[in-house]
Design a protein around this ligand. Structure first.
Ligand code: C5P
Length: 224
């Protein structure tokens, strides 16, 4: 089976993150480095992951004026070690287009509705969840970016809009403890839904405790 898990390395130390990566790298599609770890390890840290030989997904969730996002994407592209980088689709078309113009070999992923965010009204969005996801995914398609971040619950909705977009799905939970994730799908169900352009993004269920045991258990769950 194709490796389709990106591990969210939400650690507060580069050593811990590298250690976990070395243990599980043969079982995963790559690692996701978020704002916490990037704040700690910066671009030097990215080089260390490159040396371990894993694909890097840098989750900075950029959202700023188009010119600033464009220059930030260009700076990251010039490092030559990041494969995927996130931008917020709610930054709107001009921002996404500007980001895409600077992306070079980086594949941009647009965050749609955060999987931990169930209450759109709280931030003034009057659209239903479904309409908001459609609107944001269509912005990503129009701007020509590679993929989106969305709940696995939305894969079929997104596939009705595009067969080409990569879909990265956080909020993967098999047990009862959803933590702060609201729209969850188990890895077993994700595996049934996912095509070869879908990836699971899993953090705490893998990195808390023994990463090797945890990931084996998660992968096994999809074979039952
Ligand atoms: O620990 P957990 O499996 O919940 O980690 C999910 C990861 O995915 C976190 O690093 C979080 O930043 C990220 N994420 C998310 N929802 C999104 C986009 C990214 O949970 N919409």
């Amino acid at each position: 089976m194709k490796k389709n898990i990106f591990v969210a390395l939400d650690f507060n130390s580069l050593d811990k993150a590298i250690d976990a990566t070395k243990k599980i790298k043969d079982k995963i599609a790559g690692v996701k480095i978020g704002t916490e770890l990037y704040a700690i390890c910066g671009t030097e840290g990215l080089k260390k992951f490159k040396e371990v030989g894993v694909e890097i997904f840098l989750d900075l969730k950029l959202h700023d004026i188009p010119n600033q996002v464009k220059k930030t994407v260009a700076a990251i592209a010039s490092l030559n070690n990041v494969k995927y980088l996130t931008v917020h689709t709610s930054g709107n078309y001009e921002m996404l287009k500007a980001a895409q113009q600077a992306a070079g070999s980086i594949e941009l992923l647009g965050v749609t509705v955060l999987t931990s965010q169930s209450n759109l009204e709280g931030v003034g969005v009057k659209n239903s969840m479904e309409n908001q996801i459609k609107l944001l995914v269509n912005l990503a398609i129009k701007a020509g970016i590679s993929g989106v971040i969305a709940s696995a619950q939305d894969v079929s909705l997104i596939r009705s809009l595009s067969k080409e977009l990569k879909i990265f799905c956080p909020g993967i939970r098999s047990g009862e403890d959803k933590q702060d994730q609201k729209r969850v799908v188990s890895y077993a169900d994700f595996s049934k839904i996912a095509d070869d352009k879908c990836f699971a993004v899993i953090g705490r269920p893998i990195i808390e405790g023994d990463p090797i045991k945890n990931i084996k258990k998660i992968i096994e769950s999809s074979k039952k």
